[in-house]
Structures are given as C-alpha cells and as structure tokens.
Write a protein that binds this ligand. Structure first.
Ligand code: NAD
Length: 413
C-alpha cells in the first residue's frame, strides 16, 4: 500500500475520524511544543509506523511505533505473525505501584527513628494523599511506607520509601509531590535533614510479563537451537547482553514515543531491573515439551495513558486510539509483547540469514540519501543496490552518478 492507502486502512480499522488522522501528517503545532519544554525553536519529526499481526491476550492490535531505525517495525510484525499459531502473546501484570524515595541524613539514632516512622504510617499517608486528591478518588495514592538504613561515606542514610498506587498514570509528578509533601513531617519526627525527595525509576513493583510460543514447524529446529545458543551468550556476557536488551528496548521505546511516554524512565527501569543480580537478558527462552520455543519477558514498564505528554501530544492520543487502549496495564502489556517480539525477531534473523540482510534492504533508502540522492532518486538507487546485493554509500554514489548521467544524456537527445 502507498501512504494514503495505509492511512485510509488504519482509519477504517481503528475507526478514526479526520481529527485523529490529521496530527499524523502535519507538523506539531509549535504552541503545543512550547507547552512541553523550554527555549523551543522547532520540533523534530520521527516516523510513525504500524506493527501488524499482534494477537495479545486474545485481542488483535495494530501498534503504532515511532522509530527512526529501519526494520524494527517490520521485525516486530514478523515475529508477531510467527507467534499467532502458538496463540499469540499472553500477559500479566502487577498493580501500578511506584516507589518514592526520601533521603534523611544527620539522624542521631537511625534505628529508633525508623521505628518511629513506621509507627506513623497513617499520618504519612494523610500528608502524601493530600497532594493528589484526584488519585485518591480513583482508588490510588499511598498504600504503604517502608524504611531502609544504608551506610554511606557521609554517614548513615535513612531512606523512606513511599509505596504509591498511581493507577493509569506514569506517576512521577504525583510521587515526587508526595515525597516533597511528606518530607517536612519526617524531618520533624526524626530531627533529621531531608535531602532528595524523588521517584525511583527502578519500579520493580510495577512489573509486566509477556509470553509467546513459536512453533518448530514454522521456524525450524535449527533456528530454535540457534536462539537457545544466542540466549546463553547473552546470559553469560554483558557485552552481548547490552545489545540483546537494546533489541528489546527498540520495540518498547518506539511504542513509548508513539504514545507520548517517558522512554528514559523506561530505559532506566529496564536496565536497573536487568542488573539486579548481575546484568541479564530481559527475555528468557526455553524449549517446551513439543520442541517449540517459548519466550518470556518480565520487566518494569511504568507508562501512563493520562498525564505527561500522553494527552498534550496529538499523535499520542491517536496512537492510543489506534490500539484501543483502555488502561496503563493494557499499554504496558502491549509494550512488553512488542519488546519480546523484537528480541525474538533479532535473534531469529541473526541465527538464520543474519541481521544485515533485512536491515540493510530497509536501510538502503537512507544510504542512498546519505550518498546525495534526492527523495525522488532514493527509491531507484536503493532498488539497484538491493539488486546488486551491495548496499553501501560508495555503491550508492556510483549508481547515482549513472542515473544522473543517463538523465542528462536523455535530455540532450
Ligand atoms: P501528571 O502529573 O501529568 O499526571 C498524573 C495525574 O493525573 C495524577 O497525579 C492524577 O492526579 C491525574 N489523573 C487523572 N486521571 C487519572 C487516572 N485514571 N489514573 C491516574 N491518575 C490520573 O503525570 P505523572 O504521571 O504523575 O508524571 C509523568 C511525567 O513526569 C512524565 O512527563 C515524566 O517525564 C515526568 N517525570 C519523570 C521523572 C522520572 O521518571 N524520574 C521525574 C520527574 C518528572
């Protein structure tokens, strides 16, 4: 399909109206950008593509992914297609629990103060929940208080954790306000000095799991063995593991950006979680009794469908509508599934035809443009490079020169 056919199709399938479609093909209103950040001089565009074939918890999804890297959307769609005969992706999640940290120092008797803090949980709850009555009305807010005593070179740190249910929000602003709201009470209670009052991005109480099985008849036993070998490599070597997990985040970040979510928070949480017991792959793989391969991912995904830029960025609103997302849990489940799909797709490609074949084919247009091709020339140059099996800037320059020579020759004739 060409671009307008694709837009028409998504409009029909996701039941969008013209108002929803409009932000996809127009520049972000500079006035909206000015509300989002500071010292604005413009906006930068990123492509938004649709990943297809995703069957997640029995529901079909079309998934907007915003990413500049070629082949990520295609790879996710391909892995999702191969997962369908195995029933697609199955997910589960914990409640939307985030942790806020208050750092207390200069406390004379840490053990005594820690006890005192825990005995005042009800009062702390009052101070915290006072910061966000909307959240409380929705059934969220502070649910517990925990205290830790950590030695440091600058004296004992008494760290208070506010355990907060943030419902359908990402929750950083809400939790940060709660920490700041509670700190003066804790200073008075302990005689200590509060230093930092801030959310933790290691949101290990807000976990999502996704699982999918790829049948051996579809992908081949050799590929399954290859994926298991590759997974072993990532388990034992952080150099490989970093790239492995980057592949997971290719998909997760792309959906985060398309939905206006904070991808830095996701990256921080994902890698901190992966490193909690030595740096490990975010997704695991095993062969089941039938000889098929089951991939499973478990990780923190703190995303919102309210708050942040999810409602201010018009494309984010359209993205949520395309997926028909109704809760932050549902969005996190979709993202975990996409992350698993991208990891599987990369491993499958690397242990079969190699990652570069598909990637470079899709990257060929970018290379053509780096070699100086105009938008009109890029498709022809890319096609010729693929035909010749040599996708490189030097080859692109050569082809471009020939195309231009032929054109001027034809003009003279
Ligand atoms: P927010 O403050 O914009 O919106 C959340 C608020 O929306 C809630 O506090 C609640 O009052 C209200 N709300 C309405 N309906 C709700 C529902 N159904 N469920 C939950 N809340 C509902 O955003 P936020 O989610 O608190 O914070 C996210 C923003 O904070 C992001 O833009 C992020 O980039 C930024 N941020 C992140 C960090 C970090 O990750 N370390 C630090 C600071 C700020």
């Amino acid at each position: 399909m060409n671009l307008s056919q694709r837009l028409g199709k998504i409009k029909d399938m996701a039941r969008l109206d013209d108002k929803d479609i409009e932000p996809l093909s127009s520049d972000m209103d500079i006035k909206i950008a000015e509300m989002m950040s500071e010292n604005i001089i413009g906006t930068i565009k990123l492509p938004v593509g649709i990943a297809t074939n995703f069957l997640i918890d029995g529901k079909d999804y079309l998934i907007p992914m915003s990413i500049e890297e070629p082949s990520v959307v295609a790879a996710a769609s391909h892995a999702a297609k191969l997962a369908r005969p195995g029933g697609g992706f199955k997910t589960s999640y914990t409640p939307s629990i985030m942790i806020g940290q208050i750092q207390l120092m200069d406390i004379k008797e840490p053990a005594k103060s820690m006890k005192a803090i825990l005995s005042k949980t009800a009062e702390i709850k009052k101070h915290a929940n006072h910061q966000d009555s909307v959240m409380v009305k929705l059934g969220g807010g502070l649910i517990d208080v925990e205290v830790r005593d950590i030695p440091s070179s600058r004296g004992a740190l008494v760290i208070v954790h506010l355990i907060v249910d943030v419902k359908d929000a990402m929750g950083a602003n809400c939790v940060n306000s709660m920490c700041e709201g509670v700190a003066p009470f804790l200073e008075k209670l302990t005689g200590g000095r509060s230093v930092l009052k801030i959310i933790s991005n290691l949101s290990d109480r807000r976990l999502v799991k996704a699982e999918a099985t790829w049948k051996k008849e579809l992908i081949g036993e050799d590929v399954i063995e290859g994926i298991l070998d590759a997974y072993e490599f990532a388990k034992v070597d952080p150099y490989r593991c970093a790239t492995n997990n980057k592949g997971v985040m290719n998909g997760i970040d792309a959906v985060a950006i398309a939905t206006g979510n904070d991808f830095r928070a996701l990256e921080a949480g994902a890698h901190a979680y992966a490193a909690r017991d030595g740096y490990k792959p975010l997704a695991t793989y095993k062969k089941n009794r039938d000889g098929d391969i089951t991939g499973s991912i478990e990780m923190p995904i703190s995303v919102g469908i309210v708050g942040g830029a999810t409602k201010t960025n018009p494309v984010a609103k359209t993205s949520l509508k395309i997926m028909g997302i109704e809760s932050a849990h549902e969005l996190a489940s979709v993202m975990a599934s996409v992350g698993l799909a991208n990891n599987f797709a990369a491993l499958r490609a690397m242990v079969s035809e190699g990652i570069q074949k598909g990637h470079m084919r899709l990257h060929a247009k970018n290379i053509a443009m780096s070699a100086g091709a105009s938008e009109n020339e890029a498709s022809d140059v890319a096609k010729k490079m693929v035909e010749k099996g040599d996708i490189s800037v030097s080859r692109a320059k050569e082809i471009l020169e020939n195309i231009r020579k032929n054109k001027s020759f034809n003009k003279v004739r």
